[in-house]
Design a protein around this ligand. Sequence first.
Ligand code: MG
Length: 305
Amino acid sequence: MERVEIVEVGVRDGLQNEPGVLPTAAKLELIGRLVASGLGRLEVASFVHPERVPAMADAEAVLAGLGPRPGFTAIGLVLNRRGYERARRAGVTEIGMAVAATDAFGLRNQGMDVATALGAWADIAGEARAAGLPAQITISTAFGCPFEGEVAPARVVDLARRAAEAGPVEIALADTIGVAVPTQVTDLVGRVREALPGVRLRLHFHDTRNTALANACAGYAAGVRVFDASVGGLGGCPFAPKATGNVATEDLVYLFERMGIPTGVSLEALLAAGRALEVTLGRALPGRVLKAGGFPPAAAADRGR
Ligand code: MG
């Protein structure tokens, strides 16, 4: 089975949607544990206005704490040129940007309609290329919008085509509010891969309605090999206040590894990172495998080798 890459988004996407702000030192400790588990690509900060997202106000301090050669791919999320400049100066090793699939979501979430965000992306991607920094883009609400409802697949394909003109290293399709189902994943991934055969795709699923793992299986079957996930399922869903947000990294690692699909991540080390984070936050996280543990138990697995 072909291996998958899991991009850990807990430190940015997860923490950004948590109540309260984790101190920089606690973020660095968390990052260290996640990297030690084998994760090689992590979203570590967003370079947005600190008043809009207080949890990310220490973006520069986090990057400074990682040092000049962090030993993994440190992704900084940016939404405009100003954020890009901050991220580049802070020393991120990959730039992430987002464009919503609908004007309504784009305007409320990042203050930009689709056309404006695409313009900003083209600008940022050009700057990043000149600086030798890989840049990728996420199409949010690609499977449904909290304001406009169903999103036509043709619209997402068109958006992906236009985003691809700026030469991203990868395009992600994000189920930002956790409404996608596997048949939809199969269909949309198929359409985007057909339109852009040379572009690497990533999938970002939320477990809001308990469909994230089924969607990940559909995504793998459709040929995608890169998936976002958040340790412990860290981060809620701003459009479903009582619900779970990002799919838990341990749940995805467990699923893939037990299917014989290598992830490069140690489940035991990842579970230890999740448990340490629960202690730091003083509450339980929603990840299922964090509660149940892996299988077979580590000692029995060793005997079976
Ligand atoms: Mg998310």
